[in-house]
Design a protein around this ligand. Structure first.
Ligand code: NAI
Ligand code: MG
Length: 345
């Protein structure tokens, strides 16, 4: 069956970087069929819905989507809820996969190559907050099912990348019930795993120590599996080592459906100027190739092309330069993956 992609540019620079990523995808997977759809703050303003039902239906039909970015109103607006949170919830996208790798020419440090596998549905993000007088409370939810599911996703990611080590990040010393449950579920799934990562080195790390290591020794991580809030924060810190928001990709993954999404937002300060780096969106497409369409060979091609284009130098206008650079790399690279990754830091 022909692979299908639901294309949701969203707001701000999403409108600019998504078409570039689609061009790159078409260069490596010409048979892909694209279906455009709308979502985001602009869509809400125009139609009264941040995620119209036909967008949800299109993502379900395609099984894969690329979402650009959403702007937010910055205040509570009746009836409005973040498009990406709605999509994650409605489609059961329980895993968030966020790799960070040193990118030649942009990274402040060579040698970083890690992936954060973050639980995407529970924890404090269930959004159950209440206020009673001067005290406000947020509920933190951890379930066996979600913890086991994210552990299996992390193991599949470890299998795919031939990982050497899996780090369970938690805070079970202070939160023995919730994080103790998470840790125990992950341990059990690891023990039961019979994929290529069976027997992988496993370590546990409290989140505060993990934060210190992410700053001081990021190359000591390979695959990290953790809860929603910790993963959110650690993966942003990790993005620094790959060269910042312009090159940070992510994938929201559920059963039979995935939405790739650059980590950045709508960047109103540079929207319309051509200064947006499309690499994050392009690398997000590589995550779809790897985890949804099961074409790791094509994912590697795209990553090599991005590295080649970035190593050649990111000059203004960034959007057009990186687009041209990546497409040129793809056109010149032999399809058997014969070129070498540039090594210039
Ligand atoms: P942002 O990620 O949009 O921008 C932060 C800074 O990074 C800005 O200076 C921007 O110019 C720069 N930047 C971001 N992406 C870039 C790229 N591809 N190339 C070069 N520079 C880039 O975050 P900010 O400014 O805090 O939020 C702007 C809007 O985006 C807000 O409405 C916010 O709610 C929304 N947002 C949406 C997200 C999403 O769609 N998942 C994530 C983060 C923010
Ligand atoms: Mg994002």
């Amino acid at each position: 069956m022909r692979p299908r992609l639901c294309v949701i540019p969203g707001d701000g620079i999403g409108q600019e970087v998504v078409p570039v990523a689609v061009d790159v995808l078409r260069a490596v997977l010409p048979e892909v069929r694209c279906e455009p759809a709308e979502a985001g703050w602009g869509c809400f303003q125009a139609r009264g819905e941040a995620v119209p039902p036909e967008t949800l239906a299109a993502v379900r039909r395609c099984g894969a989507a690329l979402f650009g970015a959403t702007a937010s109103p910055g205040r509570s607006v009746p009836g409005y809820r973040s498009a990406i949170l709605t999509l994650r919830q409605q489609l059961g996208l329980f895993a968030n996969i966020r790799p960070a790798a040193s990118r030649a020419g942009l990274s402040p440090r060579p040698g970083v190559d890690l992936v954060v596998v973050r639980e995407n549905t529970e924890d404090l993000y269930v959004g159950r907050e209440s206020r009673d007088g001067d005290v406000a409370t947020a509920l933190r939810v951890t379930s066996v099912a979600a913890s086991r599911r994210i552990a299996r996703t992390a193991l599949r990611v470890a299998d795919a990348r031939g990982a050497k080590k899996l780090t369970i990040v938690h805070k079970a010393n202070v939160l023995p019930v919730t994080d103790g449950l998470f840790r125990d579920c992950v341990r059990e799934e690891i023990a039961a795993w019979d994929g290529p990562s069976a027997g992988i080195a496993v370590e546990e790390c409290y989140v505060d120590v993990a934060a210190l290591r992410m700053v001081g020794a990021p190359e000591s991580f390979d695959v990290i599996v953790t809860t929603n809030l910790f993963g959110d924060i650690l993966s942003d810190a990790a993005a620094h080592w790959s060269g910042g928001l312009g090159v940070a990709p992510s994938l929201n993954l559920g059963d039979g459906v995935g939405i790739a999404e650059p980590v950045h937002g709508s960047a109103p300060d540079i929207a319309g100027t051509g200064a947006a780096n499309p690499a994050a969106a392009i690398l997000s497409v590589a995550l779809l190739l790897e985890h949804v369409w099961e074409r790791p060979d094509l994912a590697r091609r795209v990553e090599r092309a991005v590295d080649g284009a970035l190593a050649a130098g990111v000059r203004a206008p960034v959007l057009a330069t990186v687009r041209a650079g990546v497409l040129e790399q793809l056109a010149t690279e032999s399809s058997d993956g014969g070129t070498h990754e540039p090594d210039a830091f």
